[in-house]
Write a protein that binds this ligand. Structure first.
Ligand code: HEC
Length: 250
């Protein structure tokens, strides 16, 4: 008869291998699922943020811009001028600068292929350039991407910015400095983008995943250990005894 250790190795080696392989597969699955969850939650948050900013600008255009008397100006240079209000886009751009002061917070971006003279020298990165090309045919829906920005993982969501009100169209078609003057209601004028840092969420999820895997490995190993001693004492020993006794008769 084989020795105790040979029998135990035969039984427990496959169990240990199955445990390790299952732990690896489980860890890959959990990592993948939590990453997916983080991305889908952040996407919902990003789309909501864009909706809120669009609503805010729509409100500002309708209830402020449309009501201002002719004695007031509307322009991108407004901060130190008593008789000048910010343009709807300028309000968003100013807010984007204020938000940008918090390097770990949400950021917004407004841009297009037809910048006014004030923004002609801006530099767009690869994501923004690609977004502009994709939105050119007026059909593309939102663009969602995970990229690295300033060494941090971020979620970028770009959505088309439509000419939703006659006030938008009228102003863009009549202002002297407008780069294009044949806009129609419903045209995509540009892109409104939200950038959400997801570094911290990914790191937290990663450390939680590691903790879960360690806990599972610990529990499974404890079960295997209990099984090992149980098998050795209650099955292998009596069986061996029986085997030896039986041998005496032959
Ligand atoms: C009173 C005039 C006026 C109104 C009303 C107006 N805009 Fe503008 N818009 C401008 C000017 C001027 C700029 C350039 C501002 C800047 O660069 O700071 C601009 C910039 C933009 C840009 C960014 C373009 C770029 O490449 O930087 C978008 C997109 C835009 N407007 C869409 C709209 C939409 C949509 C509405 C209506 C909800 C609207 N605008 C209402 C005058 C107006």
């Amino acid at each position: 008869m084989k020795s105790d250790s040979q029998i135990l190795t035969k039984i427990f080696t496959p169990l240990v291998i199955i445990t390790i392989v299952s732990a690896i597969l489980l860890s890959l699955y959990i990592t993948n699922q939590t990453k997916k969850n983080i991305i889908s939650n952040s996407t919902v948050y990003a789309l909501n943020t864009i909706k809120q900013y669009k609503m805010l600008r729509q409100y500002y255009t309708k209830y402020v811009i449309e009501k201002i008397p002719p004695s007031m100006n509307i322009d991108y240079i407004h901060k130190n001028l008593n008789n000048t209000l910010p343009l709807p886009a300028t309000m968003l751009k100013d807010l984007s600068v204020l938000l940008g002061q918090d390097k770990n917070g949400t950021q917004i971006n407004l841009y297009s292929s037809y910048p006014f003279p004030s923004s002609e020298n801006r530099k767009l990165d690869d994501f923004s350039k690609r977004a502009l090309i994709k939105f050119k045919d007026n059909k593309q829906k939102d663009i969602i991407e995970i990229t690295t920005r300033n060494n941090k993982k971020v979620l970028r969501v770009a959505t088309p910015d439509y000419m939703t009100q006659n006030t938008c169209v009228n102003c863009h078609n009549t202002r002297e400095d407008s780069p294009k003057k044949d806009w129609k209601l419903g045209d995509i004028r540009g892109i409104l983008e939200v950038i959400i840092p997801i570094n911290k969420e990914l790191e937290l999820a990663q450390s939680l995943n590691i903790q879960i895997i360690i806990l599972i490995l610990f529990l499974v190993n404890m079960i295997l250990l209990v099984l090992y001693f149980y098998f050795k004492k209650n099955i292998l020993k009596p069986y061996k005894h029986l085997y030896d006794e039986r041998k005496k008769f032959y």
